[in-house]
Design a protein around this ligand. Structure first.
Ligand code: BG6
Length: 477
């Protein structure tokens, strides 16, 4: 394994914001608890707020739940690594203050590696990254920029963002986070596929009838109405999280697990995915719950009454290569649904032996990303009795009782070590935007494209079952 280099400093820009509070500090503290941080590793928080060191430490401590008193010592140790620089003066002055702090930390050391996590709105990525390059680039060590979606809102704006970063930051200095790549079960996809002949050998259109990937959320936009209204579910989770899952599910075996070999194969398969057509989608927006208790999307603050924002999307994707030709991929994502679940279903074809038994079901592999992580294979088994009836049962590989690392712990550790195998490469981003950009432009530009309403807490818009069945029937023709 690659180790974190000694004398590494992680600067969190936007240190008083939600991402830092809810994910980054808890993730770093998780690494501390697992004793994965080198002794002289330091964290610097940077934000416009004028807060004291104590107030900053409270931000770090507040989300941490101490399961046991013995962790209190480690939390204290972690807080001792952290310091805060206020950027309240703005412009060059703020970054000079940050540079001063970094120089102080690096004083007397042979080298110092600087990582900058942009926990900031994308509108300031470019100016901030220019300031960092100008003032804070490490003269005696490596420098890395860590950024997180949204990377633009379509293919062109994503390329534009890339072009703006290019003059200052090399591709190997940019770590793009997609937190789904840090989820344990997503991580397991490659092991399942390429580490088990039983799955590897059936992974193609001869054996698989269809594949379903769902990212379902029980909560609505809750307080993020304005952000969500300008984003919608396709940009929020499908173009990134879902596409990453799809790429890992369908790519060819990489030559090695190196970042380049992995990304090369992901890009290759994404290039085979046809841009999604509007007629292959169902777009929805949630209305009030049946009992009127839960609000409609349009009741959220800053969401206009005529919003056409998609809070639900079901889409069919096709991959035109030899392995996947003819297999429909049902992609479904939405907010305010009847359940919260991220799941992949690999539906196998009917067995050729189906005619000698009655009541057989085709095998099905269910990969549950969350909650209750696990992998289940539905097989036909004989019911223990004196008759010869058959029932489907699950071979069950649940993760119950196994400690599952948090996604941000995993990705922060990658970024600190400089392991890019779970960072999204620029050309992956391009390929994923190509799949959705024509659809997004069509939906944005055509006033008559109104989402279908569905009730908060329901399974989604009406017509969904017919939509799925019609594709299942087509694939059998
Ligand atoms: C984020 C989206 O990227 O992913 C959110 O912006 C969404 O809208 C979240 O709720 C889902 O992540 P998780 O880890 O809770 O499944």
């Amino acid at each position: 394994t690659i180790e974190i280099k000694e004398s590494t400093v992680l600067v969190i820009l936007g240190a008083s914001g939600d991402l830092a509070k809810k994910k980054l500090f808890p993730g770093l503290y998780g690494l501390e608890r697992k004793c994965l941080l080198p002794e002289d590793f330091q964290v610097v928080g940077f934000a416009p707020d004028q807060i004291s060191h104590e107030e900053f430490v409270n931000i770090i401590r507040s989300p941490v739940k101490l399961e046991s008193p013995r962790f209190a010592e480690q939390l204290k140790q972690f807080c001792n690594r952290c310091s805060y620089v206020s950027g309240h003066e703005g412009g060059d002055k703020s970054f000079e203050a940050l540079k001063k702090k970094l120089d102080e930390i690096g004083h007397g050391k042979k080298e110092q590696h600087r990582l900058f996590y942009m926990a900031l709105p994308p509108s300031v990525f470019v100016p901030m990254s220019e300031q960092l390059k100008k003032h804070c680039y490490s003269e005696k060590g490596q420098t890395r920029l860590i950024i997180e979606k949204p990377f633009g809102h379509d293919l062109e704006s994503s390329r534009e963002l890339q072009r703006s970063l290019d003059p200052n930051w090399r591709e190997d200095e940019i770590f793009r986070v997609d937190h789904y790549l840090g989820k344990e079960v997503v991580n397991n996809l490659l092991v399942l596929r390429f580490g088990n002949e039983i799955f590897g050998s059936i992974w193609n259109q001869r054996n698989i009838d269809n594949i379903q990937v769902s990212i379902l959320e029980g909560k609505g936009a809750e307080g993020r109405g304005s952000y969500f209204n300008s984003t919608g579910v396709i940009r929020d989770v499908m173009q990134n999280h879902m596409i990453q899952i799809l790429a890992l599910l369908t790519m060819e075996r990489p030559k090695s697990l190196s970042a380049d070999d992995l990304c090369d194969q992901k890009v290759r398969v994404l290039d085979w995915i046809q841009p999604i057509k509007v007629e292959d989608t169902i777009i929805g927006q949630y209305a009030k719950s049946g009992d009127g208790e839960k609000p409609a999307f349009k009741d959220e603050e800053d969401v206009p009454d005529d919003s056409r924002c998609a809070t639900f999307c079901a889409a069919i994707a096709h991959i035109d290569n030899e392995r996947w030709n003819g297999v429909p991929f049902f992609l479904k994502a939405g907010k305010a649904l009847n359940e919260s679940k991220t799941e992949i279903i690999i539906q196998l074809k009917h067995s050729a032996n189906a005619n000698i038994f009655k009541d057989m079901v085709p095998n099905k592999l269910t990969i549950r990303v969350q909650p209750n992580e696990g992998v289940f294979l539905t097989v036909n088994t004989s019911v223990p009795s004196l008759t010869t009836s058959i029932e489907p049962m699950d071979l069950d590989l649940t993760y119950r009782d196994r400690e599952i690392p948090e996604a941000y712990e995993a990705l922060l550790l990658d970024a600190l070590r400089g392991d890019y195998s779970r960072s999204v490469r620029g050309d992956e981003l391009d390929a994923s935007w190509k799949i959705f950009t024509p659809l997004l432009h069509h939906l944005d530009e055509n006033e008559e494209e109104k989402p279908r309403e569905y009730r908060y807490g329901s399974t989604g818009p009406e017509g969904l079952d017919e939509f799925v069945t019609s594709y299942q029937n087509r694939s059998k023709m």
